[in-house]
Design a protein around this ligand. Structure first.
Ligand SMILES: [Zn+2]
Length: 244
């Protein structure tokens, strides 16, 4: 089984004997280790079937209530004017902003155009802002995405690439999954496999907690079609490193 294999081969962690644990405790430990090591379990964002049974407004009311509980449990005085509006602000931010990309209704509607100029080289859009959230710790993932494609006869507006990146960033994420989701969506829209996506991002859960490494960043890449060819991949990597 994948999970027990992971438990047994974790290089940086001591081998853990889980025999003495009850199933529930054992499950919690496994989940904690998956999260701490940022292991993605699927390509699709794990969503429940009834994920959108509640309206955004209903979700905000419920989250506001639960977040007020969290703050109360932490011992914060919600009568203080500075804290009073926080549960509502957090609820609105979750639903309408940082997790708005969970809802397929918010997926950018992108029209493609005929490649009239017959531009046949790669088009690179670099330094696209990534503002995402680690799904294991609910802390920010902040960085840049670099995207390239070669037209198969269709092109899209440049800002539309940013919109696709932003849509998939605005959900609880794992960087590897986000990279592949963006690439797959662009392949679908542009009707080509010739898409490359590189993401270079800092995870606040690595810099502000746990190992507390301020300097490190994580790079992930997805290369489709012609970008599997070393020369084309190197050309792309050269473009994204110009003046950086
Ligand atoms: Zn994390």
């Amino acid at each position: 089984m994948k999970v027990s294999g992971f438990l047994n081969t974790g290089a940086s962690r001591p081998k853990v004997n889980t025999n003495h644990l009850t199933p529930a405790n054992s499950r919690n430990l496994v989940h904690e280790m998956i999260g701490d090591n940022h292991v993605a379990t699927s390509l699709e964002t794990p969503l429940r079937e009834d994920a959108f049974a509640l309206s955004d407004e209903q979700k905000m009311v419920l989250i506001e209530d639960k977040f007020r509980d969290i703050m109360n449990i932490l011992g914060l005085d919600l009568n203080d004017d500075s804290l009073n509006g926080t549960p509502h602000r957090v609820a609105k931010m979750f639903v309408k902003e940082i997790f708005s990309g969970l809802n397929p209704e918010n997926k950018p509607k992108i029209s493609v155009f005929e490649n009239k100029f017959k531009y046949g080289e790669m088009l690179v859009e670099r330094n696209i802002n990534i503002n995402s959230t680690c799904e294991h710790h609910f802390l920010p993932i902040v960085g840049k995405a670099h995207v390239a494609y070669v037209s198969s006869g269709q092109v899209i507006g440049l800002s539309k690439i940013n919109r696709v990146v932003d849509y998939f960033a605005r959900r609880p994420q794992v960087q590897e999954r986000m990279t592949v989701q963006i690439a797959n969506e662009l392949k679908r829209i542009l009707n080509t496999q010739d898409v490359a996506v590189v993401i270079d991002a800092k995870h606040l859960c690595v810099s502000s907690r746990g190992i507390q490494d301020e300097g490190s960043s994580t790079i992930t890449a997805e290369y489709g079609g012609i970008f599997k060819d070393t020369r084309r991949r190197e050309e792309f990597l050269k473009y994204i490193s110009i003046n950086q």
